[in-house]
Design a protein around this ligand. Structure first.
Ligand SMILES: [Zn+2]
Length: 299
């Protein structure tokens, strides 16, 4: 763990104490945060399960439907609430849904890349990851388990009560796309393909890479015309009037030197969820909020 992460992890218990004291004195401490995972490797599955059990001591997991109701104001936000999401559509997502989430009765939201789901074999899948999702490392250096979910996997997740969202058509970096027709291809047709194939409405969209520079006002306005909820990768709390088009998420892992996503230690994730790093994202969140409120019709 880096020094920076060590310092943050050591801040967890003091921050939690501050939160508990504020609660005791009746301050409004209602929270709604969104966790972001990617692949969960077989080696990390127990750690992932333990992390969710540990989180459940301080946080309530909400379903995507409850999250929608809370964001729209139909359901009051009380206490500390967490939505679990996954990006990209890795095959391990179905495995952890069935082996970890379902036994814990957690319903998650899976953001998938429609061109990735279409792939039929391991070689195509790993070439796609190397070219479109991770930009560079050759397929043979990717972790052994990395491969796409299939349409059957997504149907199974829906049957199990989970929700599917869109994560673009080809995992393009939308901030680099200027052409409106190319943006629509990525943002809108990717979701329409999912909707047609799965027979369910696709209302949730997470843009790729998650940072502000990977998105744009033009891309957000395009997405806003198609979706009810748009998610970033910027850390923050969604409980107090955040636009449904500028939702914050907390990534719960970092990519290590072997290109795995290693699940964070509990205390480090706990510190992030207590808001220890939110200040770092405040300026980008403000820009995202401004885009979310900007006038339509400019493009
Ligand atoms: Zn992604």
């Amino acid at each position: 763990m880096s020094l920076h992460h060590n310092i943050l992890a050591s801040a967890y218990y003091p921050l939690k104490l501050i939160y508990s004291v504020k609660n005791l004195f009746g301050s409004s401490n209602n929270r709604l945060r969104v966790l972001l995972y990617h692949d969960i490797s077989p080696d990390d599955q127990d750690c992932f399960a333990a992390q969710l059990r540990w989180l459940s001591r301080s946080w309530s997991f909400v379903t995507p439907k409850q999250f929608e109701a809370m964001i729209s104001g139909e359901e009051k936000i009380r206490g500390s609430n967490l939505l679990v999401t996954f990006d990209d559509g890795f095959a391990s997502n179905r495995v952890v849904a069935e082996q970890v989430l379902n036994p814990m009765k957690i319903k998650a939201l899976f953001f998938v890349v429609s061109d990735f789901i279409e792939l039929q074999n391991r070689k195509e899948s790993r070439d796609f990851i190397s070219k479109n999702i991770y930009y560079g490392p050759p397929p043979e250096l990717l972790p052994e388990n990395w491969q796409n979910m299939t349409w059957a996997d997504l149907e199974a997740l829906l049957e199990q009560g989970h929700c599917i969202g869109s994560h673009t058509r080809s995992h393009a970096r939308l901030g680099l796309i200027d052409s409106q027709s190319d943006l629509e291809r990525e943002v809108i047709s990717g979701a329409d393909i999912l909707e047609r194939r799965l027979g369910t409405s696709i209302d949730h969209f997470a843009y790729t890479f998650g940072d502000l520079r990977s998105f744009s006002d033009k891309a957000l306005i395009t997405a806003r015309r198609r979706f009810r909820y748009i998610y970033s990768g910027l850390r923050g709390d969604n409980s107090s009037g955040v636009s449904p088009f500028a939702l914050r998420r907390d990534c719960s892992a970092l990519q290590d030197s072997q290109l795995n996503y290693k699940v964070f230690s509990n205390r480090l994730l706990g510190a992030f969820l207590e808001g220890a790093a939110d200040f770092k994202y405040a300026r980008d969140c403000a820009s995202l909020d401004a885009w979310a409120l900007s006038k339509d019709g400019a493009f």
